[in-house]
Design a protein around this ligand. Structure first.
Ligand code: FAD
Ligand code: SF4
Length: 521
């Protein structure tokens, strides 16, 4: 292959035709570089659906770029030498002799380091561009963080609403209130959610089917299933998914944001995170679509629902990305609670008699999806109460969700769900008994345990582990004002009962950790 002026690196989560990497690009002189490499699917034990999603979306995007006249240097996962990004890039630089390399800031610190060291070894300049896919740049977030003792999402979110003029009436928030969180916590009554909108299904095309069969063969031992794979893999599909959400589910999204229900994996959630994170959708168009719907028809689209959704995309999503680039690489090693246990084997199989975990993990293995409260208050909560090492929890979340990219997964896992950053993100640990799960779902009705019991044969392990967690960390948490009520309840507990709870917690921990991790891991 002949030499080129610039090699434009497009990573698997940068599938945006408007990406800054193409600014001033000349198809006659520049070559686009894309690589599927085994390391990106194996450095954590990645769910088959996540691998398929990335590879299929990459292949579709390469096809789109070729149709725009670009030369694409593309390495497929089955090719010899497709081991790591660094190895393939070094090989291709040798062959193409580019004068320089250009990339948009990757979604993972590790990848940025690998590209930098490959460029350095090849004596090539690597231009790293700001990712215009986000509404707040890393520098702007750094400026926001400067001088603040705590980085609460709410203040950042208000700044974003003002600067982006989203849901604003002049300088005031639309409706007079910034945040309708209190109205976003309804549960379904005894009758359940009733008939739910079916949601758009994207039937795998020939490219996706080919990737599916390659993945099923090459990554056979990896967790997860492919039978129900129906995620958007192109921009057109992602736009259809956005329309479907706005029309079908946004009106009730806010009400039932925190609710869970047996055998209902999606409820009113958007299912847009994978499209946003692969950059098939821009957050601005997603936020605009939601705001436009409310302005057009406020009766159908209650402000509490629309604000609840916009808060996730304009607030939480931009905020966690800011935290990631502000704190990496040190953030990865945070372990403020000193948790040391391995992840129980059932996280990879769903084989547990705890119904809430069986549901959340079961649908994760089926679809590569669980919604926020399942991640935070079921799988995340249990891991924190049990005392699982945050690195292991992080590696699981990064592996099993189709929308997982480290910049968004890591702060959510280490900071929000495990309190491993000691309170940078969350003002207190999200610690709760099984009664929280009972209130927000019908899981407990189909479970052999009782959420109100902390000791005995029917005690709910969440409840047992909750008191054990408070007892283990009472000194560490004593100075946290927001933990005072929970700690007072602990102090009020009868000493003999607490001893029994702690014994039961130890027995439970021993039992769940005794099971061997599935082979292939
Ligand atoms: C332990 C843990 C790990 C997580 N890992 C990821 C991850 O790897 N990738 C990821 O995109 N999200 C992650 N989240 C956030 C959230 O759970 C997912 O964004 C959401 O469940 C995706 O489903 P959805 O598209 O139906 O979102 P919805 O619930 O419908 O929300 C709408 C959109 O808001 C954004 N959003 C919502 N909450 C968050 C949040 N806390 N942080 C960032 N964006 C948010 C997403 O883009 C999402 O598509 C994690 C949360 C927890 C507690
Ligand atoms: S009783 Fe406990 S373990 Fe069972 S579903 Fe409820 S919260 Fe989960």
């Amino acid at each position: 292959m002949s030499s080129c002026r610039r090699l434009l690196l497009v990573l698997g989560d940068q599938l945006d035709a408007q990406s800054a990497v193409f600014d001033g690009a000349d198809p006659a002189q520049d070559v686009v570089w894309m690589a599927e490499v085994a390391e990106e699917s194996t450095h954590v034990w990645t769910h088959k659906a996540r691998i398929v999603l990335f590879l299929s979306a990459m292949r579709h995007f390469a096809q789109h770029l070729r149709s725009r006249g670009f030369r694409v240097q593309y390495t497929s996962v089955g090719e010899a030498g497709a081991t790591s990004l660094g190895a393939v890039l070094a090989r291709d630089c040798e062959a193409l002799q580019p004068r320089e390399l250009r990339v948009v800031q990757p979604g993972e610190f590790r990848v940025l380091q690998a590209l930098r060291s490959t460029a350095e070894r090849a004596s090539l300049h690597l231009e790293v561009l700001e990712d215009t896919h986000f509404l707040c740049s890393s520098d702007a977030f750094r400026a926001h963080a400067q001088g603040r003792k705590q980085l609460r999402m709410e203040y950042f979110y208000r700044e974003m609403r003002r600067s982006q003029q989203v849901l604003m009436e002049g300088q005031q928030p639309a409706g007079g209130t910034w945040n309708y969180d209190q109205e976003n916590r309804k549960r379904f009554g005894k009758q359940g959610p009733g008939e739910l909108p079916s949601g758009a299904i994207f039937v795998p095309d020939a490219i996706t089917r080919e990737v599916m069969s390659e993945v099923a063969q090459r990554f056979a031992s990896h967790p997860g299933k492919l039978e129900s794979f129906a995620w958007p893999v192109t921009r057109d599909e992602a736009l259809a998914a956005l329309r479907d959400f706005i029309e079908q589910r946004l009106p009730r999204f806010g009400d039932y944001q925190d609710a869970m229900w047996t055998e209902e994996p999606f409820l009113y959630h958007a299912r847009l995170a994978s499209s946003l994170n692969l950059k098939l959708l821009h957050p601005r168009e997603v936020v605009e679509a939601a705001e436009d719907a409310w302005r057009r028809d406020p009766e159908c689209y209650p402000l509490a629902s629309v604000e609840g959704f916009i808060r996730q995309v304009l607030g939480w999503r931009e905020y966690v990305r800011g935290i990631y680039w502000l704190t990496m690489p040190e953030y990865l090693d945070q372990n403020a609670l000193g948790a040391q246990h391995p992840l129980p084997a059932f996280y990879w199989t769903g084989d547990t008699d705890m119904q809430c975990l069986r549901q959340a993990i079961g649908q994760t293995l089926e679809h590569g999806y669980a919604h926020h409260i399942q991640r935070l208050m079921v799988t995340g909560l249990y891991a924190m109460l049990l005392g699982v090492h945050p690195r292991q929890v992080h590696e699981w979340y990064l592996a099993v969700y189709v929308d997982a990219v480290e910049w968004v997964e890591l702060p959510n896992t280490l900071g929000m769900s495990q309190f491993a950053d000691g309170g940078m993100m969350a003002s207190k640990p999200y610690a709760a008994t099984g009664k929280y799960i009972q209130r927000m779902s019908n899981y407990c009705e189909g479970c052999r345990y009782k959420p109100e019991e902390a000791v005995g044969a029917e005690a709910c392990p969440f409840t047992t582990l909750y008191w054990d967690f408070l007892a283990r960390h009472r000194e560490h948490l004593a100075s946290n004002q927001r933990m005072q009520m929970q700690l007072r309840n602990l102090h009020r507990m009868d000493e003999a009962k607490l001893v029994a709870i702690q014994q039961q917690a130890a027995t439970h921990r021993e039992m769940v950790l005794a099971a061997p991790v599935p082979s292939g891991r």
